[in-house]
Design a protein around this ligand. Structure first.
Ligand SMILES: Nc1ncnc2c1ncn2[C@@H]1O[C@H](COP(=O)(O)OP(=O)(O)OP(=O)(O)O)[C@@H](O)[C@H]1O
Length: 252
């Protein structure tokens, strides 16, 4: 098996009839009931839906952080369900970035060291200017030496974003990237993600409850009860909000 990840002509991320069950006591509970979609190059795609509809589970499955029960997922044309653990780790380390609230931040490392980490794992010298610039961009210029336990959820989220900005991975997965942020910082984060997504060879898949984030995306996929049930292309905030209200069966 080759260890180099060649540019792919097709979609950067795919899910094909993905099912996911969890064991709860002696019972198996199916959370995803056959989900299929694609994210292409230069696309930013949002997944929305009521709480508990399976959005995060879907994100974890396509990112290869959870195994699927059946079906297939691919990243950069590689079948994730067939990759060895080592090859999956290598693919993620090189080409995939995560903007999750606390995912993968090492508590004993400073913000700067956390942003440098992917470089060090690849035995590369971290570019100091790029790392500092990324942390400044997300408003953490004064917190370079802070460690995650002394940071708020929003600050940790921004360290994860800075890591992505300093890396420019081809695929970015984001879970509620603006959830813990004030409006101004949330706008900065959204702008950065949109810029990356629309760059050649890159894409972003984001799970969000925020209609403003969804309205910044090229497509919005709506989930209910573990299925994709609706899709909008380049919607307005109002269109997103009314689709959500319809799905939730409320006027909210
Ligand atoms: N590891 C697990 N074991 C058992 N059940 C789980 C597990 N992870 C998620 N679930 C269940 O799967 C369902 C979907 O959860 P998920 O977090 O994917 O939903 P979500 O749409 O992201 O929700 P929210 O918007 O509230 O974050 C929920 O009922 C949840 O309790």
């Amino acid at each position: 098996m080759t260890n180099t990840f060649m540019p792919t002509q097709g979609p950067l991320v795919t899910a094909d009839d993905v099912h996911k069950s969890f064991s709860v006591g002696k019972r198996k509970v199916e959370i995803l009931h056959g989900v299929s979609f694609q994210v292409r190059e230069s696309e930013m795609v949002a997944v929305m839906g009521p709480s508990g509809s399976g959005k995060s589970t879907l994100l974890y499955c396509v990112a290869g952080l959870e195994s699927v029960t059946s079906g297939r997922t691919t990243m950069l044309g590689r079948d994730v369900t067939q990759l060895s653990k080592a090859d999956l780790a290598k693919l993620r380390r090189r080409e995939v970035g995560f903007v999750f609230q606390s995912y993968n931040l090492i508590p004993t490392l400073t913000a700067t060291q956390n942003v440098e980490l992917p470089y060090r794992l690849r035995r590369e010298q971290p570019p100091a200017d790029l790392v500092r610039e990324a942390l400044q961009k997300v408003g953490l210029g004064e917190r370079l030496g802070a460690r995650p336990p002394s940071m708020s959820g929003g600050e940790q989220q921004r360290v994860a974003l800075a890591r992505v900005l300093a890396q420019r991975p081809q695929i970015i997965f984001a879970d509620e990237p603006t959830g813990a942020l004030d409006t101004r910082t949330g706008d900065v984060v959204l702008e950065e993600l949109t810029t990356i997504a629309h760059s050649p060879g890159q894409c972003v898949l984001v799970v969000t409850h925020d209609p403003k984030v969804a309205a910044a995306c090229d497509r919005v996929l709506f989930m209910r009860d573990g299925l994709l049930v609706h899709e909008l292309a380049r919607p307005s905030v109002t269109e997103v909000a009314s689709s959500l209200a319809e799905l939730s069966g409320s006027d909210a």
